[in-house]
Design a protein around this ligand. Structure first.
Ligand SMILES: [Zn+2]
Length: 542
């Protein structure tokens, strides 16, 4: 230590002033005399030494076997070693093209500002980008214990692969992950993104069997059962929060198929303004969601975003002053402060009998996941007449088709006319990717077509394709809606009952198609989507 101080002397003196050092008096004054400048420099020196040791011990600057040696040096000339190592390391990375100059400045500022013990813990979490857990939040190791030997490393590889696939799916905004055997022997993993399936990766049969098993295990499904369809669920913890997954397996030709539904909680946070309603429609829907009673029926085919709209509507309701109960099959997103009930036909928990018991619990708002039978339909409609706000979805192609379907289920036109406030039928179109969309090159005929309708087509865009949208040119989806308020005119028509079911449905589909197309055209002119997309979702109203 004394040796260290002896060496330090000239340095301290140098900092104080060269003149002191070179004059004999300066040396004679003695090293250990008190001087505030010396104390500050000494503290800074000790701090830098400790910082160097920390960087050497926990950073990647020094190879593990040289760490002790580097630390020993660091005690004496730590800052210099650190500086040399840092410069060497950064230059190497810069030459390799790993980082640019901006990154270097960024890293430097970050490491100087963030050096604290808590930082070590934070980076440990960041390094683990994803962790799969069972639905109660227990990790693999908690559930199965640590395995040993070769089995362990292979098992870990498979789990790592599962985690990679799941993380990729979350980043790519996939709604579903499908793992299925192909006739060639390999397995293919596909993601459904914005309603479209695309291949994510191909896996050899042995690895895939292990992958399927590891996912089934974490979802608490029977691994030995490979043919009978099974259901399960699991969750993944990522730095941004938790994502839930619902798994369904089934034996198919060539192996076992796995469908994983991604329940990304952020979809439950959408408000009405996020689903793409025009100002006019937004006002109508928001107005009804805040009425004390009435019924909103959302209809459309499978995958038309009905439940997302239902959640968006629920989000505008004040959960704390109104008693909100939802009946769902299954519960897709967790809403805080809402009683959510999951239908389970095996346990005889059906929409109808759940709704009956819910009505006895004095709810203000009831959300019915889907009306499938006459009993549920009748009860939901009656509830709206007895002072409840009822939100429900129905599988129907258009607004009028929804009325026909309800009559089909045995509901009298009088009840329909008095109970339903508004019917919304909707479709989802893909949104053009904001990063790569470009002004569309329209043919003279197309321009003429727009002009004849008196429309300004200068804002029409077409898809490009970039890394952010996997080259598809589309990113996310938006809803096209046709809203029908059940007013006196509609009521009169319903009660009149002159039209047959078939006529009404046909008329409804025709009217619905033209309204949805008009709504779609508005979004095309705004450059939000393309004409092809609008045609695709409105051509088949079934
Ligand atoms: Zn793009």
């Amino acid at each position: 230590m004394l040796y260290f101080l002896d060496n330090l002397g000239p340095l301290l003196a140098a900092a104080e002033g060269i003149s002191d050092f070179i004059t004999p008096e300066g040396v004679e004054r003695g090293l250990l005399d008190f001087s505030p400048v010396r104390v500050v420099i000494l503290i800074a020196w000790v701090y830098l030494c400790m910082y160097s040791m920390h960087r050497i011990e926990f950073g990647s600057l020094v190879a593990p076997r040289y760490k002790i040696l580097a630390n020993t040096f660091a005690i004496f000339i730590g800052p210099f070693i650190l500086f040399v190592l840092y410069v060497a390391n950064t230059t190497h990375r810069y030459q390799e093209g790993e980082i640019d100059f901006e990154d270097i400045l960024h890293e430097l500022a970050g490491s100087l500002l963030n050096w604290a013990p808590r930082n070590k813990r934070k980076t440990a979490v960041v390094q683990k980008a994803i962790e799969l857990m069972d639905s109660s939040g227990k990790s693999f190791a908690d559930v199965y214990g640590e395995q040993s030997g070769r089995e362990n490393s292979e098992g870990r590889q498979i789990i790592q692969m599962a985690e990679e696939i799941i993380l990729e799916a979350i980043h790519e905004r996939a709604s579903d992950i499908l793992v299925d055997p192909k006739t060639t022997g390999d397995f293919v993993v596909r993601f459904r993104i914005d309603g479209f399936l695309s291949a994510a990766r191909q896996i050899e049969p042995e690895k895939c069997a292990a992958l399927v098993n590891s996912i089934k295990a974490v979802a608490h499904m029977d691994i030995s059962e490979k043919r009978r369809p099974q259901d399960g669920s699991f969750m993944a913890r990522i730095p941004e929060g938790s994502v839930y997954f619902r798994v369904a397996s089934a034996g198919v030709m060539g192996g076992e198929k796995l469908s994983i539904r991604v329940l990304n909680q952020s979809a439950a946070m959408l408000g009405l303004e996020d689903i793409g309603l025009s100002d006019h429609n937004l006002k109508i829907v928001a107005g009804i969601a805040n009425q004390p009673s009435g019924m909103v029926l959302v209809c459309g085919p499978t995958g038309s975003g009905k439940s997302t709209s239902l959640y968006a509507m629920l989000n505008t309701i004040d959960f704390y002053t109104r008693n909100v109960v939802t009946i769902e099959d299954p519960i897709e997103y967790v809403l805080p402060a809402v009683s959510q009930i999951e239908v389970n036909p095996k346990a005889n928990i059906t929409f109808a009998n759940t709704l009956r018991s819910v009505l006895r619990q004095d709810p203000d708002v009831i959300s019915v996941g889907e009306i499938r039978d006459g009993e549920t339909a009748a009860m939901a409609l009656q509830a709206s007449q007895t002072g409840h706000l009822v939100l429900a979805t129905l599988h129907a192609s258009s607004n009028l088709a929804a009325l026909v379907r309800l009559m089909d289920l045995g509901i009298k036109p009088l009840l329909l006319a008095s109970a339903i406030t508004v019917i919304i039928s909707q479709r989802l179109v893909r949104r053009l990717c904001d990063k790569c969309k470009r002004p569309a090159e329209l043919s003279p005929e197309e321009v003429e077509g727009f002009r004849r309708k008196g429309l300004d087509c200068s804002g029409v865009m077409e898809p490009g394709g970039c890394k952010g949208c996997r080259g598809t040119g589309f990113h996310g989806r938006t809803a096209l809606v046709d809203i029908m308020t059940v007013n006196d005119q509609v009521k009169a028509n319903l009660l009149d009952g002159q039209l047959g079911f078939g006529d009404l449905k046909l008329q409804g589909d025709e009217k619905g198609r033209s309204t949805l197309r008009k709504e779609g055209l508005r979004r095309v002119l705004e450059g939000v989507t393309t004409l092809e997309e609008v045609k695709r979702v409105t051509s088949n109203l079934g």
